[in-house]
Design a protein around this ligand. Structure first.
Ligand code: SAM
Length: 246
């Protein structure tokens, strides 16, 4: 990472209220290198410019900390958080750098992405990160994972009605879904609220905000699990996407 990239990283994180230690900056520098290397070998991320990686992957990932829902308000049960559809490790890896106390399980359906996240977490010394290959539809029905995470965080994975069905099964009652999204339409919100109710969730807050430096529109959606999810959810692989609940 160039000195300009590092300055941008500090500026963006500063606007989120995060002051990085020298060790954390070094971890982000390594993550940047490994991401570029990984992207050269496989279809890992569309973003290749340093500025984009710093702002749209690193800083954007940590906007999930807004409001303190993810890490500060006490995670129900264990401090375990699942990153649903982590891709190349976002938001899981930046989150692990700034919140080493969180037990993070980044999940993705694509093995080569999960292998990258595992290698990268090991290289960065992030031993609390335990990546897992699998589909949410299958893992959400597995007793080892169902209702076992105090938080599910997810960035840019699906529309809210689909996310509700995929994410809520992982939470115990009292757990929270923290969904990082771009701009959200009233229709998506309405359908998402209904889908959440069907799987035991209740919309807690919808917070529109802008990404530091770029000013891009973002929304943080928080859904609380208020009742057990009926056993039939999540439905089998691909069905939540093909036939969203609402
Ligand atoms: N969260 C990352 C980010 O913000 O850079 C990746 C976003 S990418 C657009 C969506 C990812 O979700 C893909 O890597 C895909 O494999 C994964 N995904 C989508 N549906 C999934 C499911 N049902 N179970 C597991 N992973 C899923």
């Amino acid at each position: 990472m160039t000195p300009e990239g590092e300055a941008l990283l500090r500026q963006g994180m500063g606007e989120l209220g995060l002051e990085l230690s020298a060790e954390q900056v070094e971890q982000f520098r390594q993550l940047h290198e490994l991401l570029l290397q990984g992207a050269a070998q496989m279809n890992l991320t569309a973003l290749r410019q340093e500025r984009d990686i710093v702002l749209k992957h690193f800083v954007d990932s940590l906007t999930c900390l807004r409001g303190g829902w993810l890490a500060e308000q006490g995670v129900a049960g264990e401090k375990r958080a699942l990153d649903l559809g982590t891709g190349a490790g976002f938001p899981a890896l930046p989150l692990a750098i700034v919140h080493p106390e969180l037990q993070l399980v980044p999940v993705d359906a694509t093995r080569k992405k999960v292998d990258f996240v595992a290698r990268t977490a090991a290289a960065l010394g992030l031993t609390q990160v335990r990546p897992l290959t699998g589909r949410a539809e299958t893992l959400g029905q597995d007793p080892e994972h169902r209702e076992r995470y105090g938080r599910v965080v997810t960035r840019a994975v699906a529309a809210l009605p689909i996310l509700a069905e995929l994410a809520l099964p992982f939470l115990p009652v009292g757990g929270l879904l923290v969904a990082q999204k771009g701009p959200i339409t009233p229709e998506e919100l309405e359908a998402g609220t209904r889908a959440a109710a069907e799987v035991g969730g209740e919309l807690r807050t919808v917070e529109p905000f802008t990404l530091p430096v770029t000013g891009d529109a973002r929304t943080l959606v928080i859904v609380e699990k208020v009742a057990p999810t009926p056993p039939k959810y999540p439905r089998r692989e691909g069905v939540p996407n093909r036939k969203p609940l609402f």
